[in-house]
Design a protein around this ligand. Structure first.
Ligand code: NDP
Ligand code: BG6
Length: 515
């Protein structure tokens, strides 16, 4: 198949260069007893099954140390499947889904346990009509066991002849450049790059996937997509809850590793890369790596760190029993990145993420430069906002004449709200899109090894500074639980040239509740 791929106008076709698994496939979920498996992996597998996207005759095998019978396993793995109105069609599909899924308990370190898993897989495969056997291993596991599991899978559960093996790995991929390289090297001893699918689930989100089309299928957008038109860009992640119960994990990682270094940087790379030659995975990833390489490490004075404190009856970060006393781990970070290439020189890209804020929201906000003065004065800037979640939308804030007998400009918007425009279309979950891509052998929306390396280089110095490896640890400023973030944020953003729209204007997001 040709390496080059394109997308047609009305029927998007994203053919893959990999081998699509159509039948004779077992999907093994390792860490099947865990949080990710029950909340995301199994519901996504069910969504694909229900819509006919899993290979025909597929089997799913859960694997973890926890001992549980089939009833308990099925209860866990189907507990998060949404069926609010007890739709009989969904209920019947859930029963079918349970029937094709079974559980094996075993350790992650012991080769004999993997040999046992292999025997279970072989007994499933003995029912196949042809000799082909394909195995997809999904590691929904903490990184501490990635290496022994990858090794044991290769040595005990790998199909050496007559089939395809794929391994899907979750984040985090290391904690800095050195540990990431170590992890990559260890995993590569057993699994090739082509067999490895590193998930960053933001790459599976509909609006992130939409960026390629919005940017490159619209001449009007393309024309304004550079330093000549754009003043500054913000990519924002807000969550309205704290680290409750997850403080132990979080304190080791912090908000930069949890969100900025992966999810927001991935969004940034697609937003700023040059047009790929085709939709082939390597063409896209080559462009992402190129733009990331033009970003120097984040500077300390381009960084604002925050930590939430108790407010409104909600506990502060340090009140969490799983968090070490006096921890200075940031739960909020704003960092400004600069891209040294001809398209973007001088444009600040502000990545912001925080826990325990006033709302749940992920968006990209591109603010254009001031219009030429003269006939206009104090007029709002154009802003293009891509709302990733919730309520997917793209809206362009622009100025229009106030209707009536005056000639006065007012800010308004051109609004593509998905729930309104595509009312009958259900947007797939990110994990559904990504698992389907892995089954198709399409790496476009997975993170390549060199991409990971360059992403860590951007954040490693600032992370080492935060962790006190180059002097005293910086103390984050505080912000109240449920607030918009640190009060210092306004002046932080202001110093990069962001200007608020004229007083009193806001995108009428409230209308969405009527839809
Ligand atoms: P869990 O802590 O729930 O771990 C998954 C399973 O791994 C557990 O059920 C447990 O199974 C086993 N396990 C847990 N701790 C250890 C340990 N120290 N040593 C060996 N086995 C252990 O993790 P999640 O499900 O939350 O996450 C799995 C992976 O996905 C992680 O890499 C995480 O960073 C990533 N991720 C998670 C997200 C989420 O929303 N939860 C979102 C994005 C990524 P058993 O004891 O039965 O063997
Ligand atoms: C995960 C982070 O990668 O992404 C979590 O570890 C965060 O802390 C989650 O809550 C957010 O994902 P989403 O899809 O809800 O935006």
């Amino acid at each position: 198949m040709s390496r080059q791929r394109s997308m047609s106008g009305t029927i998007p076709s994203m053919e893959t260069s990999g081998h699509t698994l159509k039948d004779n496939t077992v999907i093994v979920v390792l860490g099947a007893s865990g949080d990710l498996a029950k909340k995301k992996t199994y519901p996504a597998l069910f969504g694909l099954y229900r819509n006919g996207f899993l290979p025909s005759g597929v089997h799913i095998v859960g694997y973890a140390r926890t001992k549980m019978d089939d009833e308990e396993y099925h209860k866990r793995t189907t507990g998060y499947i949404k069926n609010p109105n007890n739709d009989p069609e969904i209920t019947a599909k859930i029963e079918e889904f349970k029937a094709l899924s079974s559980y094996v308990s075993g350790s992650y370190e012991d080769p004999a346990a993997f040999d046992n898993l292999n025997k279970v897989l072989e007994s499933i495969e003995s029912g196949y009509q042809t000799k082909e056997r394909n195995r997809v291993f999904y590691l929904a596991l903490p990184p501490s066991v990635f290496i022994p599991v990858a090794k044991n899978l290769k040595e005990n559960c790998y199909i050496f002849k007559g089939g395809v093996n794929r391994m899907i790995v979750e984040k985090p991929f290391g904690k800095d450049t050195a540990s990431c390289r170590e992890l990559l090297t260890s995993l590569k001893q057993h699994w090739t790059e082509d067999e490895t699918y590193r998930i960053d689930h933001y790459l599976g989100k509909e609006m992130v996937k939409n960026l390629l089309v919005l940017r490159f299928a619209n001449v009007a957008m393309g024309a304004a997509w550079d330093k000549n038109s754009i003043s500054n860009v913000q990519i924002t992640f807000k969550e309205p809850f704290g680290t409750e119960g997850r403080g132990g994990y979080f304190d080791e990682f912090g908000i930069i590793r949890d969100i900025l270094q992966n999810h927001l940087l991935q969004v940034l790379s697609i937003l700023t890369m040059e047009r790929p030659v085709s939709f082939a995975a390597e063409d896209i990833r080559d462009e992402k790596v190129k733009v990331l390489r033009a970003i120097p490490p984040v500077e300390r004075n381009d960084t604002l760190l925050g930590q939430y404190v108790a407010a409104g009856g909600k506990p502060g970060y340090l009140d969490d029993d799983t968090v070490p006393q006096n921890s200075v781990c940031p739960t909020y970070a704003a960092t400004t990145l600069w891209i040294h290439n001809p398209r973007w020189e001088g444009v600040p890209f502000i990545l912001k993420a925080g826990k325990a804020l006033n709302e749940a929201k992920v968006e990209i906000r591109i603010q254009f430069k001031d219009v030429t003065q003269g006939i206009f004065k104090d007029i709002s800037r154009n802003e293009l906002v891509i709302r990733i979640q919730p309520s997917e939308a793209v809206y362009l804030k622009l100025n229009a004449k106030t209707p009536g007998l005056y000639t006065r400009a007012m800010p308004t918007e051109m609004d593509l709200t998905y729930k309104r425009r595509f009312a009958d279309i259900q947007i797939p979950e990110a994990y559904e899109a990504l698992i389907l891509d892995a089954l198709k052998g399409d790496h476009s929306n997975f993170v390549r090894d060199d991409e990971l390396d360059v992403a860590w280089k951007i954040f490693t110095p600032i992370l080492h500074w935060i962790e006190g490896q180059s002097g005293p640890r910086p103390k984050p400023v505080t912000y109240p639980y449920g607030s918009r973030g640190p009060k210092e944020l306004e002046s932080f953003i202001g110093k990069y040239g962001y200007k608020r729209s004229v007083e009193g204007y806001a995108w009428p997001v409230t209308n969405l509740s009527n839809l």
